[in-house]
Design a protein around this ligand. Sequence first.
Ligand code: PMP
Ligand code: GLN
Length: 380
Amino acid sequence: LTSRLPDVGTTIFTVMSALATEKGAVNLGQGFPDFHCDPALVDAVADAMRQGLNQYPPMTGVPVLREAVAAKVEAIYGHRYDANTEITITAGATQGILTSVLCCVHPGDEVIVIEPAYDSYVPAIQLAGGVPVYVQMEVSAAGYAVPWDAVAAAITPRTRMIMINSPHNPTGTVLRRADLDKLAAIVDGTDILLLSDEVYEHMVYDGQRHESVCRHPALAARAFVVSSFGKTYHVTGWKIGYVAAPAALMAEFRKVHQFNVFTVNTPVQYGIAQFMSNPAPYIELPAFYQKKRDLFRNGLSNTRFRLLPSDGTYFQCVEYSAISDLPEAEFAKWLTTEIGVAAIPVSAFYHEARESGIVRFCFAKRDETLELALQRLGRL
Ligand code: PMP
Ligand code: GLN
């Protein structure tokens, strides 16, 4: 059998979580909370099940949830999507990304990927027969930034799509209005589409706001915007999210979606729709996670790790050259095995392992978990 994805192995998240379990390490590797979601959300889903809402929902998602998403996006970003024609509920952001790519990337089309990049992007492009074109973020003491000149230079007549991700996994970088303006200038006059991965949209800190492409009409007009309820409501295992896009793009998206998953489980959709009628959980999320970020950063300030900025997401990147000269993957294993704290090597987010001496920690953990990790990391 000739593999469709010859370069793909087991994801780094699975590898590091397995090692963390085997070694009894505190798992700050794979990004998921170690605390419970709001019991009211569980009740809302259980109520839907008890009411018998257990059969196939519409292919595009239940109308109340699509409507709740449209209302939220309009309230926050001021852009109105038509809930009937422009929003589809997906099996997590991962399926939203794959389906967006499959529905518009043809064999030989180029897709610009900005590295470090979330690990599902490139396989999605390859499954479509597309060609990933890589641009690397710049790393400096001030953190990671997208070099828009390099993005512009990577465009060719074959460029079909540019993928962006803000707040950014793994670096915690948050795009600003000026970034979106530069991107808009780059794509102006072309038919290049955008995939905007905004799964961490509700995790932006220090009073900054999330610059969704929905705020930028020229970008929204050509974008698939992907989000995930797993991140926002502390339920990563529920694997549910959504994609919003202009009707013409969404029509193509749905052609693939209906044969990809057809639809997404019914009671969770109703439960989330009901829970979303209260905006407090996502409005309060930045303060909730900012406290955890600060607790973690303060603890690390007594170590030889150099902290990079974390303006959004629930990730903190650290540079470790004062502690070790091991390559990132080796250092992450050493941390897990010898220090008892698992991390993710940032090199795993590049197509050609690139060593910057940086690993990523996830701080979406109970304070006790973070304190235990800090106690262990405090030796370094
Ligand atoms: N994009 C990014 C940037 C992510 O970090 C994740 C989850 N780790 C996803 C997409 C996938 O989200 P989901 O679990 O909803 O598929
Ligand atoms: N997105 C999560 C992370 O970056 C992991 C998701 C997964 O395990 N595939 O850690």
